[in-house]
Design a protein around this ligand. Structure first.
Ligand code: VGL
Ligand code: ZN
Length: 181
């Protein structure tokens, strides 16, 4: 069984949002194309979302590094790719004092994937060097085969993004293009 994991494709991470990933919106059509392909294959479609309370520790006003973003039940937290009805949505970093870049951290994602017999995960979304990186590293730790779809991720800073991709490759992730799928 395979799963497509779509990381944090939320309004606040898109241009015009409060923590924009440059050109984050450019990968929306690519990801929607992948969703169609994976749906046809009968694969599991998972979407993670940053789901912060208004007083989350990662926010500048609480002494954290980031502007306020992806606050629970606000427009900025909405997922911007069209998901199938049966997609599994994983909310993370939903407690005031806990940060979670990885979709596996503080969630039941690993259990869900194992229970469904998933062996291989394909990862896309934003931001490459933060939540995509952390999610892919945790997927490797949980012994999933990890494929990162290069043209379906976007980073905040190109040099940090490249570094993250090299690190993931070193640790065993395969970097592929959506055209290979
Ligand atoms: C993210 C910074 C803060 C991400 C989430 O989704 O990559 N980055 N929260
Ligand atoms: Zn966040």
């Amino acid at each position: 069984m395979e799963a497509l994991i779509i990381v944090d494709m939320q309004r606040d991470f898109m241009p015009g949002g409060t923590l924009p990933v440059p050109e984050g919106d450019k990968i929306i059509p690519t990801i929607e194309g992948l969703i169609e392909k994976f749906k046809k294959k009968g694969a599991l479609i998972v979407a993670t979302r940053d789901w912060h309370p208004p007083n989350h520790i990662s926010f500048k006003e609480q002494g954290g590094p980031w502007p306020r973003h992806c606050v629970q039940n606000t427009k900025g937290a909405e997922i911007v790719v069209k998901l199938p009805e049966n997609a599994i949505i994983i909310s993370k970093a939903d407690e005031p004092d806990k940060e979670a870049y990885s979709g596996f951290e503080g969630t039941n994602l690993a259990e869900i994937l194992k229970e469904k017999g998933v062996k291989r995960v394909y990862i896309c979304g934003v931001a490459t060097e933060y939540c995509v990186r952390a999610t892919a590293l945790d997927a490797l730790k949980h012994s999933f085969e990890v494929y990162l779809i290069r043209d379906a991720v976007k980073g905040i800073k190109p040099e940090d993004e490249e570094k993250a991709l090299r690190e993931l490759e070193d640790k065993g992730a395969k970097i592929i293009s959506s055209a290979e799928l």
